[in-house]
Design a protein around this ligand. Structure first.
Ligand code: GLC
Length: 689
């Protein structure tokens, strides 16, 4: 059951898709104190949720802020990343979910100030709160109910489940062709190459540099012949430059965010001075969205939206003030305080809260103009919505790949997200693991981190271990920053072994795609904490470095340098699968409890749950070449096990067509039964009896 409580005059975020009448009663469970919602949490009861955030799957013990921020320091002490996902699942004897639909800055003090006190504090009280309780009291039921409230998760094209290579540093067509050729030469599958900001003319959205990419359509077509899709980046800021059509049109139509006096707000991003399209204004949003056509027409069918918190390197007005003040300090003796002040002036130029309080949106529909900070967390959502709505108009029958850096709940209907500028740190690999279930709860199913790490120099073993986890994440992209060690798989001495791991992704694809589609279509989680499936197992609730993927698998990645194995906790008997590539699946039954499992550097392990099976395809060099008409099955039947496989052409939108579903039954004595309208042969690769 979902109850809605409205306070003040909320901004219509359009995060939810269901009409729920506002309840007249008082908010259950919480009390109001000093402008905060306050709840005494049951001792040791877990609190889940918050999507893209730092720390554990269980969020207790820290202060989190929903304030979409471009901050490349994803530290334990960080409070905000790029998204604002205000959904919590509060465990205990009567678990419930709470969604605070509030687009401004919001803090969640989950036992940080006072150990057992949860305190939720918005900046003002114009908001809607949804409280979700389910009769069965089960966490997955509460999440499903929340997900039904916020609408179906975005569904990408099937090719977007293939492996992608990216780097901020591919400067021209030759670089792109070289990456494709080197992957091919190394025999490593590849489905996408990403174009970062260098493909543009002077960092101008919806332009292509004639010098660096003289014939993008030809390049895109050549790449498609190899099964590779080019995926360009789009940034939020529009360069101010006379004669640049996007700037000229936006200015003439009044589509940019405005200062209080009605002039266009000037902030700087990659191109220097820029304006920010008013993504909250429906006309501006449609105008910006339709601009993607420029690239769609050149053979592009995927995009990533960036810098849409929005990131602001500096505002024109602040920069001028800082220059004046710095000039006035010239010649002075800078003691500690003055030196700190000087550094502070420069260091607070970027993403300054005062700047966010100084410009406005015109949301249309009779709504008054609204100051940006009040709706800050909606910007990236609406940039991505701009594209999503335009794709519906431009390509109604085709799925287009879209993922964003910044997000708010609601955006999950229009695109996925990547997890931003992580570092090539082992701890960030673990953070990637922990974030997956939290994101699933909030509807962000198409997601993944920059594999092998974005900033800082990676190491060969980190590339290996991170890819070994990345083969399970829907977005599987290796991306790195300019100036860091190059990390394409073919560059390392273990390239062959890395290629085998990437190859495994394609074997797993029928299962991953099937589980993804079922999760999206049924509003279920793709990744779950163990405690969701084993609610009566107190130890399962303690496990933060193993997660469930779909109905059949438990993942237990190795995330420590030099580790040649790891401890694993099994809530029930499971089948441990050790593999180093498509030709190598070693299966061993393991009993419930604790185990130390050896996992050599070029190997990974995963577990098949009892009563479940895993369909596997044969290796392929890209998604298009994947043959799902012949599957091998690893099965751990209780008596029997039955799997519902979802498969479709990967491009169309007729998701509900029953012909996409088929059934695979395996009995304990090795009998296999397949039922479905798609022709398919199934054989047993391993059966655990
Ligand atoms: C931002 C993005 C990163 C990208 C870079 C250059 O830092 O998060 O992925 O490579 O900008 O565009």
């Amino acid at each position: 059951m979902i109850r809605k409580y409205t306070f003040g005059n909320p901004f219509p975020t359009e995060a939810v898709v269901k009409e729920i009448p506002a309840s007249q009663g008082t908010l259950p469970c919480f009390s109001m104190k000093d402008g905060s919602l306050v709840l005494t949490m049951e001792k040791d009861a877990p609190v889940y949720g918050l999507g893209e955030q730092v720390r554990g799957i269980n969020k207790r013990g820290w202060l989190y802020t929903s304030n979409c921020t471009d901050d490349p320091h994803h530290l334990e002490t960080t409070h905000s990343l790029y998204g604002a996902h205000n959904f919590l699942l509060i465990g205990g004897s009567e678990p419930f979910g709470i969604f605070i639909d509030y687009p401004g800055r919001l803090t969640f003090d989950i036992g940080y100030t006072q150990k057992d006190t949860l305190r939720i504090t918005p900046e003002d009280w114009d908001l809607d709160i949804y409280v979700i309780q389910e009769e069965d009291g089960l966490l997955p039921s509460i999440v499903r109910s929340f997900r039904q409230l916020i609408g179906r998760s975005y569904i990408p094209p099937k090719w977007a489940f293939g492996y992608g290579q990216s780097r901020w540093g591919y400067k021209n067509e030759a670089d792109v062709r070289e990456v494709a050729a080197k992957y091919k030469e190394a025999g490593i599958p590849l489905d996408a190459i990403y174009l970062d900001i260098d493909y543009m003319e002077r960092y101008e959205d919806f332009t292509v540099s004639e010098e660096k990419f003289p014939d993008l359509p030809a390049l895109a077509a050549d790449m498609k012949k190899e099964g590779i899709h080019l995926v360009p980046i789009i940034d939020a800021g529009v360069k101010i430059e006379d004669g640049y059509s996007v700037y000229e049109e936006g200015k003439a139509a009044g589509y940019f965010c405005k200062e209080e006096d009605g002039t266009d707000f000037v902030g700087a991003v990659w191109p220097g001075r820029a304006h920010f399209p008013d993504m909250l204004n429906p006309a501006a949003r449609r105008w910006f969205g339709l601009k993607y056509k420029f690239l769609l027409d050149q053979g592009i069918d995927g995009f990533w939206n960036d810098m849409n918190e929005p990131a602001i390197f500096y505002s024109e007005k602040r920069l001028n003030k800082v220059f004046d003040e710095v000039a006035s300090m010239k010649g002075q003796n800078l003691d500690l305080d003055k030196n700190d002040h000087l550094l502070g002036l420069v260091n607070t130029l970027a993403n300054n809260p005062e700047d966010y309080r100084s410009f406005y949106h015109q949301p249309g529909g009779g709504l008054p103009r609204v100051r940006h900070d009040k709706v800050h967390n909606l910007y990236g959502y609406n940039m991505t919505r701009a594209a999503g709505e335009a794709f519906e108009e431009l390509e109604p029958d085709k799925r287009i790949l879209m993922f964003s850096r910044s997000s708010y709940i609601g955006m999950h209907r229009y695109g996925g997200i990547w997890q931003g500028d992580n570092l090539s740190w082992w701890s960030h690999l673990l953070m990637n693991v922990k974030m997956m279930p939290s994101l699933s709860m909030c509807g962000f199913l198409y997601t993944g981190a920059d594999l092998a790490g974005f900033g800082a120099d990676t190491t060969e073993d980190l590339v290996m271990r991170w890819l070994q986890f990345g083969i399970f994440t829907p977005l599987m992209r290796n991306h790195s920053a300019m100036g860091t060690r190059e990390q394409e798989a073919y560059r390392f001495s273990n390239a062959k072994a890395l290629g085998q791991i990437i190859g495994l992704r394609y074997c797993l694809l029928p299962y991953l795609y099937s589980e993804y589609m079922k999760a999206a279509l049924n509003d279920d989680m793709l990744f779950q904490p163990l405690s969701f499936a084993y609610p009566d197992d107190a130890l399962a609730a303690q496990v933060e470095d193993q997660i469930l993927l779909g109905e059949s698998l438990m993942l237990a990645p190795v995330y420590q340098q030099n580790a040649t194995g790891r401890y694993v906790y099994l809530p029930e008997d499971m089948l441990c699968v050790t593999t180093s590539g498509p030709e190598d699946f070693r299966c061993q039954k393991m009993t419930a409890g604790h185990h130390y499992v050896p996992v050599a550097e070029e190997e990974l392990i995963f577990f098949v749950r009892k009563g479940h099976l895993l369909p596997l395809a044969e290796a392929a060099k890209n998604v298009e070449e994947l043959d799902a008409s012949h599957l091998h099955v690893i099965a751990y039947p209780a008596d029997t096990c039955c799997y519902t496989l979802y498969d479709d052409d990967g491009y169309g939108k007729d998701y509900e067509d029953p012909s996409h579903l088929s059934a695979i039954d395996v009995t304990a004595d090795g009998g296999v039964r397949y039922e479905g309208s798609q022709e398919r042969t199934i054989d047993i690769c391993f059966i655990c009896s």
